[in-house]
Design a binder for this molecule. Structure first.
Ligand code: GTQ
Length: 369
């Protein structure tokens, strides 16, 4: 163990054992109390500690099983027809990593769900299909492949695929584990489907992402008025940025989807980002707090997380636990690779919990295997 993590130093709990102490602990336990020094070193780790493990979910392995759900249950029966992604060490809270939930939802042409809402926030990244849509607070939003859409906390939402569309699969991301941990979740069902209160695509058409803000519109909600971030302008933004910037040595070209009104993250508890790795790019290793769920939107490569290599290609999903060393590699020498991710950075940053460390800095190291 490195000396700086030595629990025998002054300032750490370093009480031995004795029959007298054991008896004392028992007395305290009977009264619903305990001696802090018996747990202090555990509950006050020297550095951020994650209970999650890095994991990769290969699309080619999961896709058929997700589609099989369409033969087994209807949206009416299931509420949401979703295969969710379970971190080996977070089964108890149904998390993909940290306090984040993720799943893959399948909707057949002509199907739609009834509307519901919950205190947890949700987002989606479209994996395949056509004619998909989601209705957020009376605003029907059309969804195409690689589009990113938000359904902020307590907004009514329902999903569907037009009858002339193709089966849609999309990745859901929700902060269910976090909101449950905070003991603040709730859930309500709508008595059917929402009435559309505005024209289709009202949100993305009026908040168009060109840096222009409607002059006649008040927006005081704590989340982005732009509900959909389409792939085309997103990818174009990355290509343009790549012409004038090298990006970060740790992240390549990394952009956060933002609330056009504030420039901040799209929702209060969850944010999302898109990242481009140029042909052949191999980022430097670093680590930071925050939990991240990635989906490869384009290309192929691998990430080394906590010393282990995870190879990914289009549609594969993988997670990065808080404080895990990581670096990303684009395996193609001619094509760029794009990684979508969603994360809890709004919470981590908003509560002053963000910290970051470069590989090799302050004794940090990474063993590659
Ligand atoms: O579409 O609202 O994957 O409420 C899990 C919970 C999706 C949804 C999920 C949900 C939803």
């Amino acid at each position: 163990m490195e000396t700086k993590f030595d629990d025998s130093v002054l300032g750490r709990a370093r009480v031995g054992t004795s029959p007298e102490l054991e008896a004392y602990y028992k007395e305290l336990e009977k009264l619903g109390a305990g001696a802090l020094w018996t747990v202090a070193n555990d509950i006050e780790p020297w550095e951020p500690r994650s209970n999650s493990v890095p994991m990769l979910w290969r699309y080619k392995d999961l896709r058929d099983l997700v589609l099989k759900a369409t033969e087994l249950v209807t949206p009416e029966q299931a509420g949401r027809r979703v295969v969710y992604l379970v971190n080996d060490k977070r089964k108890d809270v149904s998390a993909a990593v940290g306090w984040l939930y993720s799943g893959i939802q399948a909707t057949l042409p002509g199907e739609s769900t009834s509307a519901h809402r919950h205190r947890a926030s949700a987002l989606r990244f479209i994996m395949e299909g056509s004619g998909g849509y989601t209705v957020v607070d009376g605003n029907k939003i059309k969804l195409g492949v690689n589009d990113f859409v938000i359904t902020p906390n307590s907004t009514w939402h329902e999903h569907g695929v037009e009858a002339d569309g193709k089966t849609c699969l999309w990745q859901d991301g929700l902060d269910i584990p976090l909101v449950n941990a905070l003991e603040a979740n709730d859930y309500a069902v709508h008595d059917g489907k929402q009435e559309l209160s505005v024209p289709v695509d009202y949100s993305p058409m009026s908040w168009n992402g060109a840096g222009l803000i409607p002059a006649d519109r008040e927006w005081n909600k704590p989340y982005s008025p732009l509900f959909r971030y389409s792939w085309e302008p997103t990818y174009e933004a990355l290509l343009k940025a790549a012409k004038v910037s090298g990006g970060s040595e740790f992240d390549g070209l990394l952009m956060h989807y933002s609330n056009p009104k504030t420039g901040g993250h799209v929702m209060q508890t969850m944010g999302a980002s898109i990242q481009m790795l140029r042909p052949g790019e191999h980022t430097k290793a670093h680590r930071h707090t925050g939990s991240f769920v990635y989906q490869c939107a384009k290309g192929k490569g691998y990430s080394i997380i906590s010393g282990k290599r995870y190879d990914w290609q289009e549609r594969d999903i993988f997670c990065l636990p808080s404080w895990a060393w990581h670096e990303h590699v684009n395996l193609s020498e001619s094509e760029d690779a794009c990684l979508f991710c969603f994360h809890d950075l709004p919470v981590i940053q908003g509560l002053g919990l963000y910290q970051e460390r470069a590989y090799g800095e302050n004794g940090g190291f990474q063993i590659l295997n």
